[in-house]
Design a protein around this ligand. Structure first.
Ligand SMILES: *Cc1c(COP(=O)(O)O)cnc(C)c1O
Length: 398
């Protein structure tokens, strides 16, 4: 983790991306946000400093995980916590823990689930990109409800002798009125003595969202540390003491510490990453969030300014502060007037120098959401100006 702190001046610094260019890889300006494909996050100075200090000695990782978990759990207000190799790993380890408990024979048997309860219920409406992480330890996903709506009766009907847990995908910034709520999911799961797993990876602000699912009765809730400016290879499982103890037994460390070979072995993290994740949480729960949000809002407005009044361009501030990606700018184009479609704009931005990466949304490729998260100070202006330049040229040529 050597290297300079984030002293990037307005726009591009003189050595911007050089380390990648030396290898022949092409650095880009990231206007998408915290996405794994581009590197997830840039650890903040507090995190880098903690990681560097961690270099000074070795430490038994089993004990470090315990101490780090206790410290983080106190900071966020949950009974127990565990640092994992990303929220994706937390989801996998949690399903393994629900199926095998603390039974070493079962831990070593996974992903073969013969003789174990192995079904995890998931709302049909909530099938999503990351549910694959639930299957990795051998669990089977069973859908309940319809594509239109989920009711309490749908959940009760889906429960069978092999059901071990119910999964819930939490998105407070955009709640789904037709999904079964977390509250009702927990109510029914408890009645049938089932575990509840929550993917709340991006639910990091307001701060009460960090503890909400577990305090409501979920057994394990998973968070991504990439959104807190920790290395993107880290994440957290927050939960009850019992569930987190079982999850810890699935961890990569068990291979050597206990000579029990769990499924978590390939999901390894460094002591430096653990300390970086600790520092990221400590910063996150103590920092001035008004100041953070104010800065992101004003940078979003700076990006928006060159896009105002352009023919065929509808650009506005995204009015959201909940979750991992506050504010940002939403752009839609009228291809007839602007002279190009949203996808053509995305392609033109990528083809420029330096390349600017954006992407269209899931609404048939109409909307582009630009976020500040992955932009160095000043790059928001490069992005706004480049879009304006491309659209002006396209509309003049049509
Ligand atoms: C990013 C993300 C994940 C995966 O987290 P990693 O830390 O990258 O493994 C899972 N679920 C949601 C909702 C996410 O946003």
């Amino acid at each position: 983790m050597a290297g300079k702190a984030q002293t990037v001046a307005k726009g591009k610094s003189p050595d911007w991306g050089d380390i990648y260019k030396e290898l022949g890889a092409k650095p880009i300006i990231n206007a998408i946000g915290s996405v794994t494909l581009l590197g997830g996050s840039t650890p903040v100075p507090e995190v880098k400093e903690a990681m560097e200090r961690a270099d000074s000695a070795y430490v038994p990782l089993w004990e470090l995980e315990e101490k780090a978990g206790d410290f983080i759990a106190r900071l966020v207000g949950v009974p127990a916590a565990y640092v994992t190799s990303g929220a994706g790993s937390a989801l996998t380890l949690a399903t393994a823990a629900f199926m095998a408990g603390e039974d070493d024979k079962k831990i070593e048997q996974l992903p073969d689930t013969t003789g174990m309860k192995n079904e995890i219920l998931i709302q049909k409406r909530q099938r999503y990109w990351y549910d694959r992480c639930l299957q990795l330890a051998g669990a089977k996903l069973v859908e309940f409800g319809s594509a239109e709506k989920t009711t309490e009766a749908d959940l009760e009907k889906a429960i069978g002798p092999k059901t071990v847990a119910v999964h819930y995908f939490m998105v407070s910034q955009n709640p789904d009125a037709n999904a079964l709520s977390l509250k009702n999911t927990i109510k029914i799961a408890k009645k049938y003595k089932l575990k509840v797993l929550v993917d709340s990876a991006g639910q990091i602000y307001p701060l009460n969202l960090l503890s909400e699912p577990v305090n409501m009765g979920a057994d394990i809730a998973c968070y991504a540390a990439k959104y807190m400016y920790a290395p993107q290879s880290t994440g957290f499982a927050f939960g009850t003491k019992e569930s987190i103890n079982a999850l810890a037994k699935q961890s990569f460390i068990g291979y050597e510490t206990r000579r029990v070979r769990g499924v978590g072995r390939p999901q390894k993290i460094d002591r430096q990453e653990i300390m970086g994740a600790v520092a990221a949480v400590q910063r996150w729960v103590t920092m001035d969030h008004e100041e953070r949000l104010g800065s992101i809002e004003s940078r979003s407005l700076a990006m928006l300014k060159p896009l105002k009044g352009l023919a065929g361009v509808n650009a506005s501030l995204i009015n959201n502060v909940v979750g991992q990606q506050p504010y940002g700018v939403q752009v839609t184009l009228d291809p007839k007037t602007a002279g190009l479609t949203s996808q053509q704009l995305v392609d033109a931005l990528k083809a420029g120098d330096p390349p600017i990466w954006t992407r269209t949304g899931t609404d048939a490729g109409q909307t582009i959401n630009l976020h500040i998260f992955g932009l160095n100070e000043g790059e928001e202006l490069i992005v706004g100006n480049r879009i304006a330049q491309i659209v002006k040229k396209a509309s003049a040529q049509k």
